[in-house]
Design a protein around this ligand. Structure first.
Ligand code: HEM
Length: 298
């Protein structure tokens, strides 16, 4: 029987290489931790259902070629969730005329992307992304991984080739997970793309930054499904206030020193994260949460 998840955002912070380089950063996934269920499930699903009703065209995309993969995904999702005590009788309620990926999205706390191998590369032929972290979802519909990642500086040098090979070689019996991190003053689930370049709010200062800024981690998993041969990419958002991250001093230090190493073009891409990190750094130094030495060393 699966238990409710207790993974926190801070648990998924790991140091970046020095000098900076984007890395694949994939680790073997224990399938028990594929879809995470926690106490917020009902509230999250209600909010996500409302977001889909309000912004369906900006969230849901499904090409007919993806239907077979969606059917296989539905079975996997049900098998996984029905292991949880409260969800034993869970069903996926597919409405007439509704894209199959929408019905699945309504029962999980994760955003979902489905990729198919096409001659031009792995292509996102279906998705249900209701709660993106500052990216423009519709611009990625029907696009390859290389096109999807176009806004990411250094993607072509650091990741394009290893990703292509990795996706081709991903085996159904060897799923993986990885994590991306962002700092934001917006505690909402859905973050609009323009948030990335919003000026820092005037009312956030060194005195309250620990309570006003959140570490937001995307817990991402990748599984290849054996029958339809699609790859399923899930994104689960985990949020934690900086004050609570600071309960784990080593994690806070690791996070701040990794962010301090971002090269200039990545700082511009992760604009608000970079600016929040500067303020958190000042706060950590002024309150003795970290010393200059620790932040420069790790
Ligand atoms: C092993 C697989 C993957 C790796 C290593 C990877 C890597 C990355 C990295 C390094 C970034 C920038 C991170 C940041 O903002 O901190 C990024 C952004 C992004 N990734 Fe991936 N990614 C992977 C798979 C995928 C897949 C399968 C999709 C969707 C089908 C995807 C969609 C995106 C999107 C939409 C962004 C934001 C781009 C934007 O700013 O417009 N990624 N990815």
């Amino acid at each position: 029987m699966l238990k409710h998840s207790s993974i926190s955002a801070a648990d998924l912070i790991s140091p970046d290489p020095h000098p900076f380089k984007w890395r694949m950063g994939v680790k073997p996934l224990n399938l028990e931790q594929w879809l995470l269920v926690d106490q917020e499930r009902d509230t999250d699903l209600e909010e996500i259902g409302q977001l889909i009703d309000d912004y369906r065209d900006e969230i849901i995309y499904c090409e007919p070629s993806a239907y077979e993969g969606c059917d296989e995904l539905s079975i996997e999702v049900l098998q996984h969730l029905q292991q949880i005590h409260d969800l034993k009788t869970l069903k996926i309620d597919q409405q007439e005329g509704q894209a199959p990926i929408e019905a699945i999205r309504r029962v999980v706390q994760e955003d979902l992307c489905l990729l198919e191998r096409r001659p031009e590369g792995w292509t996102m032929t279906a998705c249900a992304v209701a709660i993106p972290t500052q990216w423009d979802v519709p611009s990625k519909y029907g696009k390859t991984l290389d096109v999807i990642h176009e806004p990411v500086p250094r993607y072509d040098t650091d990741l394009s080739q290893p990703m292509g090979t990795f996706f081709d070689r991903l085996r159904p019996e060897a799923p993986v997970w990885r994590a991306n991190r962002t700092l934001t003053d917006d505690p909402n689930l859905r973050l609009a793309p323009q948030r990335r370049h919003h000026p820092m709010r005037d009312d956030i200062s060194i005195n309250n930054v620990a309570d006003r800024v959140w570490l937001r981690v995307e817990y991402q998993t990748l599984r290849r499904l054996p029958q339809s041969d699609v790859i399923i990419f899930t994104i689960r958002i985990l949020r934690q206030k900086i004050a609570s991250v600071a309960d784990h001093p080593e994690t806070l230090i690791q996070l701040l020193s990794s962010l301090a190493k971002l090269p200039s073009e990545v700082r511009s891409y992760k604009d608000s994260t970079w600016r929040h990190a500067q303020l958190i750094r000042e706060w950590a130094l002024s309150t003795g949460q970290a010393t200059e030495e620790e932040l420069n060393e790790s």
